[in-house]
Design a protein around this ligand. Sequence first.
Ligand code: PHE
Length: 345
Amino acid sequence: MREQIEQIRQEAVAALSQAADLSALDAIRVGVLGKKGSLTAALRGMKDVSPEERPLIGQLVNEAKDAVEQAVELNKARIVRRQREREAATERVDVSLPGRKIARGSLHPLTETLDEISAIFEKMGFVWEDGPEVETDWHNFGALNFPPDHPARDEQDTLFLENGLLLRTHTSPVQVRVMQRHRPPVRMIAPGWTYRKDAIDATHYPMFSQVEGLLVDKNVTLGDLRGVLKFFVREFYGPQTEIRLRPSFFPFTEPSAELDISCFACRGTGSRDGKVCPVCKGTGWKELLGAGMVDPAVFQAVGYDPEEVTGFAFGMGIERIAMFRYAVDDIRLFFDGDLRFLRQF
Ligand code: PHE
């Protein structure tokens, strides 16, 4: 029995010192110490050993076990060390290799345009308000003084949903919601998506975005509206930009106006390189947005006293502004998601 244990121990230690890799090492360990291993089998033979000899044999088995386990650890370290040396010798880090290029995303041109617009109005103390895209007829039309038979209420222009709801056709309903929530004064902008049943072409898309503006206080005048819009335009298009207000009509403002800016492409001259300016078609002006003084009927609808307060509102299409800004001639480019287009910004 003693010789047998001694032999197992010596053979195991010798074999371990020859093992070339970790799996060979483990196979040897299992072969000796595992459930069906040689040392485990020897232990089972203990029942044939006389009671006097048993303690001694037990001690030998334990020593053999310790020796084999130690040899396993030692040789594991040897194998790992060898592996590392081999790797260090054969694998090289080429420090002159150029770095891997990390693909950087960028903001969508519409997002950038909106960020710039809202930053300018925030400077003037306007706060950002949100409203739902699914609206009631009352918020989108009724409270804004649209008569019941107004053409905008037609199936042809508005996307109606079930239960009398609709997709808002402009951001003006946010004016209504904010005035219902807050007592005056109000100074807000409301950017967001708007929807119209338009056929898609170079300048129309059924989904587009607007920025609404509303300022209500005591003694607000058309001159204040002009001053705010002029400041905006000069910040956005440059200090040389001229503005003009042209009479117009919206049900919710009285008087109403369209704001034109001097064409930045021809600096208002109407011609470029001896030809008719393609941006303003020779007029020297570009129509930018709709605006006006809040109609007393709107104040009445939201519970404001038109004798107490006055105000102005304006609304602009973000796509239109971005198209001028970046000389983009087709609105569809903003929605196609073509990276060749988007990477230019
Ligand atoms: N809501 C108008 C539109 O969509 C724009 C507008 C807003 C005009 C506020 C006047 C005042 O055309």
